[in-house]
Write a protein that binds this ligand. Sequence first.
Ligand code: NAP
Ligand code: MG
Length: 519
Amino acid sequence: MKLQDQLPAYAPESYHDFTKPENKTAMETAIAKIRSTFNTKYSNWIDGKPAHSDKYFNSLNPSNTSEVIGSFPLGTIDQANEAVESAWKAFQSWSKTTPEHRAGILLKAASLMKARRHEFSAMMILEAGKNFAEAEADTAEAIDFMEFYAREVLRYAEPSNLYQMPGEKDEMFYIPIGVVIVIPPWNFPCAILAGMTVAALVTGNSVVLKPASDTPAIGYMVAELLYEAGFPHGVLNFLAGSGGTIGDTLVSHPKTRMIAFTGSLDVGLRINEMAAKVHPGQIWLKRLIAELGGKDAIVVNHDADLEAAAQGIVASAFGFQGQKCSACSRAILHKDIYDTVLARVVELTNKLTIGNSAENPNMGPVSSERAMKTILNYIEIGKTEGRLMTGGVRTSETGYFIAPTVIADIKPGAVIEQEEIFGPVLAVIKADSFDHALEIANGTKYGLTGAVYSKNPEILDRARNEYFVGNLYLNRKCTGAMVGSHPFGGFNMSGTDSKAGGKDYLLLFLQAKSVATKL
Ligand code: NAP
Ligand code: MG
């Protein structure tokens, strides 16, 4: 029986309720286990061999910066070149394996991650500052990507339904493209890293994976799991190091065929430019997936369920400290309900707990000292642009804690209304009408996520047609995209709209070959 006929239909992972003592204890046990691995000296993996370096960098716990998760070799330019060469060499045989073989390995990886899901979540609690539910959502999304793409690669392997020219057999099939450089961000350091990596591997490509420098340990755990599941070592090369140092080499290498990047607009623009240049020996145009920043807004019309809207705004603005590309950083409120919704948003914000992520507060720390400084700087700008309602300060010196911050009366075009802050800062803006609200919502260079709250079907219909974002949510929060249900990717400067977790995604890692045989 064919593998696809044996597989149950795709369905997302379910989550644990961490208010139940047994679930909380299970996570705490996993946290203790990960803690016992602290201070490990890790290696990179190139061509199946551990690769070390003269220089190492530390990954710290942002909740308590005296804790070192581990130290990682700073990959060098020479190693970046070696990693691409290794991937190219491995591609020659890996690209000839069958989709069924690769899907089987990916399904094994999914089952291994399911069995150890709390350990992956625990690492993100400690390395990225996620609370239990946020960390589990990240792990679950990684598993969902694996299950979904394993099925998808089998679907792409089905024969194409072509018009058969008389006297011919006409076929088209999908083949891998080559070496893919995978460069993920630190904010979904398991899901996005795993999603881009396994999409490349399962389609028969080889990979050089460069994890974000704030979260290399969870990236290493994913790579180890993929090796254990059966992806060959040279096919997946793991190279931690500074993006600023080795990024250009990986992107520019003539044997690099594709770059799958998720991160900031500035770095994405640089990669886009670098990838466009053809180098000696290069015989293709490089492909680029670049999923970038956002300045996402929730619009509340006067006829909305105001309590649901306020809850949705606070959850979207402050979940994982606002460090999601999908986070609500602008609440655009109709003037008739502005004061009511603003007051409720502030009230709900003031109830949020903030503290060490291992104690499962509502909010943990921001990712790094650099991020903290940038966010605090934006808050200072915001205070001059509007009315600080709550927050605005660092709350503890033990880690990078910033109080959830609401700044009201922000005018369209203000700095904190236009620029991605990537932290727990919400700008609240008054709109004269729904038209005005839409104009403000669409008035940035980004177009990632957005939400509209209204009870009027005509208003919702207008949002469906006129709100220019890759992921629109009606009467619900604007975060929490699910694999298979909410294919994810943004418009305009938010990226290439690759729609991760959707049915078009694997096509980006494949090329189609058409064969006509005269009968
Ligand atoms: P970032 O600073 O752009 O870093 C992303 C990755 O790029 C890291 O691995 C980084 O390595 C690497 N990098 C840095 N400079 C490079 C260069 N010159 N060449 C190649 N790679 C380089 O972004 P981040 O702070 O990790 O992530 C936050 C951003 O990601 C936000 O803007 C957020 O909106 C965006 N994001 C978008 C999506 C989406 O789906 N649209 C999802 C999640 C996040 P180092 O860590 O070593 O610098
Ligand atoms: Mg860290």
